[in-house]
Write a protein that binds this ligand. Structure first.
Ligand code: C5P
Length: 224
């Protein structure tokens, strides 16, 4: 196969955690490093795709030739994704989006008042960016190929297969093994309508190139 497997494609990819503000100095986030999503952006660019990377707060350099949009919250991430969706032919959601955000943002820092009382906090659910994109018209009509990720602590095949159907995506990628967050390597389980396939333990850069090849093959098949 050739090196420019994604020539003519436009990839939109989310990466990293989100940060859900509580007050001007506090918030809720998670330990996602963004490494997998950035590696995918790099690999897809090297494979000839135009790439837009929507990144939560991470400490990573932008891959060469990739357009990057920095966001903080899940809602900002969704807005950025929606604003770039029209151009995209592939959407890959690697971001670890916070499931909930504080129901209210306090304009001023919440202060200890000395009484020993702790603040009560209410949460609301964040939008599911992947599910929304996967149910959009371009995705349903086959113009936009959607890929989701899953991090499960047990029964990966079972839970990831269920997640593929629930999210309505043709390809769901499971992280094999615990605690991939922050690491430079991983192993992946690819699940599509035809079954499952393992990409064995390797660096995230190698896995990203393999995943790009797997996606290119599926796109080629769908255009036969
Ligand atoms: O439901 P769960 O968070 O396990 O699903 C993971 C997949 O869905 C990942 O691809 C993640 O990027 C995406 N997701 C999303 N928006 C959310 C939650 C998850 O895009 N609010």
């Amino acid at each position: 196969f050739t090196a420019k497997r994604l020539q003519g494609q436009h990839l939109l990819v989310t990466a990293g955690p989100t940060f859900e503000a509580i007050d001007p100095v506090r918030g809720i986030t998670n330990l996602s490093s963004g490494k997998m999503g950035f590696a995918i952006a790099r690999a897809a660019r090297e494979a000839g795709a135009e790439v837009t990377l929507v990144a939560g707060p991470v400490h990573l350099a932008t891959p060469r030739g990739v357009t990057r949009i920095d966001v903080q919250s899940a809602r900002q991430m969704q807005e950025a994704v929606q604003s770039r969706l029209a151009d995209a032919s592939i959407f890959i959601a690697t971001a670890a989006v916070a499931d909930w955000r504080p129901a209210e943002f306090a304009d001023q820092k919440i202060k200890k008042d000395g009484s020993g009382e702790v603040p009560a906090m209410a949460f609301v659910e964040n939008p599911d960016i992947l599910a929304a994109v996967a149910s959009s018209e371009p995705a349903r009509s086959g113009k936009l190929y959607c890929v989701g990720f899953a991090a499960e602590s047990h029964d990966l095949l079972k839970h990831a297969s269920a997640k593929r159907l629930r999210k309505g995506v043709p390809l769901l990628v499971g992280n094999i093994g615990p605690a991939t967050f922050g690491k430079d390597d991983n192993a992946l389980l690819l699940i599509d309508a035809g079954g499952s396939k393992e990409l064995p333990h390797a660096s995230k850069d190698v896995l990203a190139r393999q995943l790009v090849e797997e996606i290119a093959q599926r796109l080629a098949l769908s255009h036969l």
